[in-house]
Design a protein around this ligand. Sequence first.
Ligand code: F6P
Length: 319
Amino acid sequence: MKVIGILTSGGDAPGMNPAIRAVVRTALANGLRVKGIRNGYDGLMKGDIYEMNVSSVADIIHKGGTILGTARSLEFKELEGRKRGAQILRDYGIEGLIVIGGDGSFKGAKGLSDLGINTIAIPGTIDNDMNYTDYTIGFFTAIETVIDAIGKLRDTSSSHGRAIVIEVMGRNCGDIALYAGLAGGAESIIVPEHEFSMDEIITKVERGKKRGKLHHLITLAEGVGNPYKIAEELEEKTGVETKVTVLGHVQRGGTPAAPDRLLGTTMGARAVELLLEGKTNLAIGYSNGKLIEEDIEVAIQEKSKFKEELYELANNLSQ
Ligand code: F6P
């Protein structure tokens, strides 16, 4: 193998840049050439491909987003599109490919592997929605962003004696709401994996009110319920004024936190080693304190398992 390619795909995640840096520099150190593919599979279909060198990845380890850009490609979802993509890779002499992204990106990676392109996938998404790995790149930075917001909202919530519903991202996974809620000391956490009861939330607010508690913070995973309706009902039933903050895409940016830089860096280097070993169709993960590899098909089969014990803990601590 002489030439490898790298692309980032799907939603960006802080820590993708450290991963790109590690891929490029590990590859160059091993005598490989590296082609950067801009804007994910969409850029691949357009042949938006350039030669990368040591300087291409200088000064990016601390930057959020992805220097390669990212996009979603409808054409690539179809077999014909993937066949054309594989041919473009061959035309550029690219024999191995590293894909950084979420489960949609992993499906594309598997498709290319099936077409004879050695492909390794790295999990880059703030959602932490993959079961085979304990953490995905970007998750911890998103948590830091949410905790920072919770701290600020706690100040104003306490000053006014208000409740605040904080909607966070996560697609179909409640991990951002759960981890940030636990680490930020939220009173209630609403996630897709666990049925929620408005009555319990109301009881908690009323109990808090009785003992002179001034703030009440609820983290809500996107898609589980309408934050404005939840706030309206809470205010109506408890008499506590309730505001809504939707954090949105602010959670996707920012300088990558230490765990995301470390995950990105170690996974990026490992991906190159796997290509050099002639491996394909593998997803790199992190489990029980070390890097692991899983068949991409298995990696995308199950959504992440809900951490029931963390949910119970948060519930017990938020009296
Ligand atoms: O997958 C990451 C994620 O940020 C989800 O949490 C969110 O639902 C989605 O992407 C938003 O995607 P878009 O970039 O299309 O707004």
